[in-house]
Write a protein that binds this ligand. Structure first.
Ligand code: ADP
Length: 357
């Protein structure tokens, strides 16, 4: 990245902000990425100015766009404090409650069907009369636009982003806000800032559940979420293959280390039910996740079959639970969500007091 270009942006920021210092107090700008003349950075402002996000955006963006080499400028404004690793052991959590239960759906690696599971699970919970939101926090590869067919930008209300309605779910994805490939160049702190903002600057309304589709792996995003957000517990999705289980174990251990209970493991692409012979084929070997769950003493929530209809429809924007709620696969999602409710009720896990603001 050219330091000259970065300096040019910073000096313009300083000029604009100094002119308006009596109005806003900007704490710092950071995490600059300049690639092919596309500029991305975060701006942290004083908590008291949190309601002025739009105003500040409107003030800065047109001026930054006037710089002749700038092709595109994006910045994330946040009033949350910068998260650095010195806070890793801190117990400080955001006390604002956005849902009764905030549940991340995680996986040790990508491609195991985490996003597919997250949205169908959210829909199954909704069918049980719960008020459910889904947040696609997979900054590096947002799936919610593909899974819901929604591509429009969300609207704003009272300085907050309004979630989109996807099949009755309150839905938010970084993919609704920025072009698909922009976030692939983000580094740790930017991802954390963005996730925080997606949770706390979105107008979630009376949620029983906020299901968070996490980025795969055990990186910064998982760690931050665990430390900064009051989570009811995590769900880990795995496929039966050994490798994926090893990865899943890493995910489980990470949540354990930061004292987030594991609500259960789900085995996805568990078996193939042949329509012709009506026989179950355990293509990858089966039962691995269940055994692993038993060994670790955590609930096993269920086995989702390989379902070709599910893949075709969900990649075309209609989740299985909507496409065919009576299908075998939809029933499995329903069973899993019932088990999840049981687990939550049985353990009465970390149900925070609801504060309306
Ligand atoms: P991840 O979020 O783990 O990266 P996705 O949910 O995007 O994974 O799923 C990856 C691919 O696998 C998608 O094409 C999806 O439709 C497909 N898929 C997920 N679960 C199943 C399943 N049970 N049967 C068939 N295909 C599935």
């Amino acid at each position: 990245m050219s330091t000259q270009k970065k300096d040019q942006i910073i000096s313009l920021l300083k000029k604009e902000l100094n002119n308006n210092l009596e109005k806003y107090f900007i704490i710092y700008s950071e995490n600059f990425i300049i690639k092919n003349d596309n500029v991305l950075f975060t701006l942290t402002i004083n908590k008291n100015d949190a309601s002025k996000f739009n105003e500040i955006n409107n003030l800065l963006k047109p001026n930054l766009e006037k710089i002749n080499w700038v092709k595109r400028i994006d910045f994330i404004t946040t009033s949350h404090h910068h998260i650095d690793h010195s806070t890793e052991n801190s117990k400080e959590k955001n006390s604002k409650v956005v849902a009764k239960y905030i549940i991340p759906v995680a996986s040790g690696k990508g491609g195991v069907g985490k996003s597919t599971t997250a949205i169908n699970l959210a829909l199954a919970l909704k069918s049980l009369n719960k008020n459910v939101g889904i947040l696609d926090a997979d900054i590096y590869g947002p799936s919610l636009p593909r899974l819901t067919g929604i591509n429009s930008k969300p609207k704003m209300q009272e300085k907050k982003i309004l979630p989109q309605n996807a099949f009755g779910l309150q839905s938010m994805s970084i993919g609704f806000l920025i072009p698909e490939d922009s976030a692939t160049i983000w580094r740790g702190p930017m991802v954390m800032t963005a996730i925080n903002q997606l949770i706390y600057d979105v107008y979630w309304q009376n949620l029983d559940f906020l299901i968070i589709d996490m980025p795969p792996g055990t990186g910064d995003a998982q760690l931050t979420l665990s430390q900064k957000v009051q989570l009811a517990g995590a769900i880990v999705v795995s496929t039966p293959q050994d490798l994926s289980l090893i990865d899943a174990r890493k995910g489980i251990n990470m949540f354990k280390k930061v004292n987030v209970p594991i609500l259960g493991i789900i085995e996805n692409m568990s078996y193939f039910l042949c329509e012709k012979c009506n026989e179950r084929h355990d293509i990858f070997g089966n039962g691995g996740a269940k055994k692993e769950a038993q060994k670790l003493g955590i609930p096993f929530l269920g086995e989702i079959p390989i379902d070709i209809d599910l893949r075709i429809n969900s990649d075309a924007g209609t989740p299985m639970f909507i496409k065919d709620p009576k299908s075998n696969t939809a029933k499995v999602y329903l069973e899993i969500s019932k088990k999840l409710l049981e687990t939550l009720e049985k353990n009465a896990i970390r149900q925070p007091k609801i504060v309306l603001d």
